[in-house]
Write a protein that binds this ligand. Structure first.
Ligand SMILES: [Zn+2]
Length: 412
């Protein structure tokens, strides 16, 4: 009846530990997944920030190019304005020439008219003195040209007057031609000036659009700088979150490792509980074998070439391969000075035997003693396990003499 109860309790315990173990494993999976997601997100945000930075660089290059183009346009405009000033000067000079030519023309017409008037006076004089048979014809002339045509039929008009009239008419004609030529030149210059002014207008509009483009780029650059700043902050935050998630994953792994050790201890209960307090003494050395019957050594004392990751190449004890739950017996009588979980050693028991001798029992699944417990040689103190830094169930048995590890095989 009592035995059945114990078995039931042990079963319940095992089930509970099993459940805890499963829940720890799911915690590790969840933490791992979260850490991976956070890392991925951090990488994505970082990538975005880098892309935005690249865009900023491109925008700056575009702006520099636009500014170079603007400078070229400004230089072109300056040259054009110089051309326009030059042609304005030329037009002004041409106007002066035309003005002089107009004065000259006026003078030529005055001279021509004076000659005409004085000739008419002479002809009138000739008429008044009875020599006027042609005068009527002459005075019917509409203008000077008509007059000259009519005089061709009048042989008695003086050669002097005829020559003078022709000469003045010729001068007037020449001056008129010169003025016309000057006006034509001026018109050509004005056409050129108009072209230059049109060019100036188009250059000015190009320049204005370039300035607009630069302003637009400046705005884009500052907006993008803002975006880069935000993305970089987001990337830093995401990296921090990813770091925390990675820490959480590590913590979950550690918790799972502890839970696994505890579960293993619970599992060994059924195998070891019955032997708690039992006493087994074997051999005839200083120490009795801590795991009698399990004499296969999986790792000897001293130098070793391929230790477990993180373990020393100088092995401080002897490893006896034994299944989890195999009872561990005190090598000799003494006082337990430590009995607890201790990192790489896993669950560890330390017994002080006096005379400078101590024994260590590592990677236990169970511990049946506590610090201060007095134990006798061959007393069951714990059970074999694989807690801490271990690849499989075994007992790491270590003997210390004067504070230094010595070969346990010399004491068995
Ligand atoms: Zn070992």
């Amino acid at each position: 009846m009592r035995g059945k109860k114990l078995v039931s309790l042990l079963l319940v315990g095992t089930l509970c530990f099993g459940m805890v173990f499963t829940s720890e494993a799911s915690n590790v999976n969840k933490a791992k997944k979260e850490a991976e997601e956070a890392k991925k997100e951090a990488e994505e945000v970082k990538e975005k920030a880098e892309k935005a930075k690249e865009e900023s660089k491109e925008l700056k290059e575009q702006k520099e190019q636009a500014e170079t183009e603007k400078q070229t346009l400004s230089a072109q405009l300056d040259a054009l304005l110089a051309d326009i000033t030059e042609i304005e000067d030329k037009i002004y000079k041409k106007e002066e020439e035309i003005s002089l030519k107009e004065d000259e023309l006026i003078q030529a017409r005055v001279d021509e008219n004076d000659q005409y008037e004085s000739m008419k006076k002479r002809i009138k004089y000739m008429y008044e003195n009875g020599n006027g048979q042609f005068v009527e014809i002459l005075f019917e002339a509409k203008d000077l040209s008509d007059f000259l045509n009519k005089t061709e039929y009048i042989s008695s008009i003086s050669d002097y007057d005829r020559d003078m009239l022709l000469k003045y008419k010729q001068i007037v004609k020449e001056v008129e031609e010169q003025e016309a030529a000057l006006q034509k030149e001026q018109e050509e210059m004005e056409a050129m000036q108009n072209e230059l002014i049109e060019k100036q207008a188009s250059l000015e509009s190009l320049l204005a659009s370039k300035v607009n483009e630069i302003d637009g780029l400046k705005e884009e650059i500052s907006a993008n700088a803002e975006r880069v700043k935000k993305l970089e902050a987001a990337a830093a935050a995401a990296a921090e979150a990813a770091r925390k998630k990675a820490e959480a994953e590590e913590a979950a792994k550690e918790a799972a490792a502890r839970a696994a050790a505890e579960a293993e201890a619970a599992k060994s209960n059924s195998q070891a509980a019955a032997s708690v307090g039992a006493s087994v003494v074997s051999g005839n050395g200083t120490f009795t074998h801590p795991c009698p019957g399990y004499t296969r050594i999986s790792s000897t004392f001293g130098y070793r070439t391929a230790p477990l990751r993180g373990a020393s190449t100088n092995h401080k004890g002897t490893d006896f391969a034994a299944p989890t739950g195999t009872p561990i017996y005190a090598a000799a009588g003494g006082t337990v000075t430590s009995a607890r979980y201790s990192g790489k050693a896993g669950n560890m028991i330390v017994i002080n035997h006096g005379n400078g001798l101590q024994t260590y029992y590592m990677h236990c699944s169970r511990i049946f003693v506590s610090a201060g417990t007095k134990v006798s040689k061959g007393q069951n103190i714990g059970a074999v396990g694989t807690t801490g830094n271990s690849t499989g169930p075994h007992l790491h048995f270590q003997v210390m003499s004067g504070g230094r590890p010595v070969n346990p095989m010399n004491y068995l």
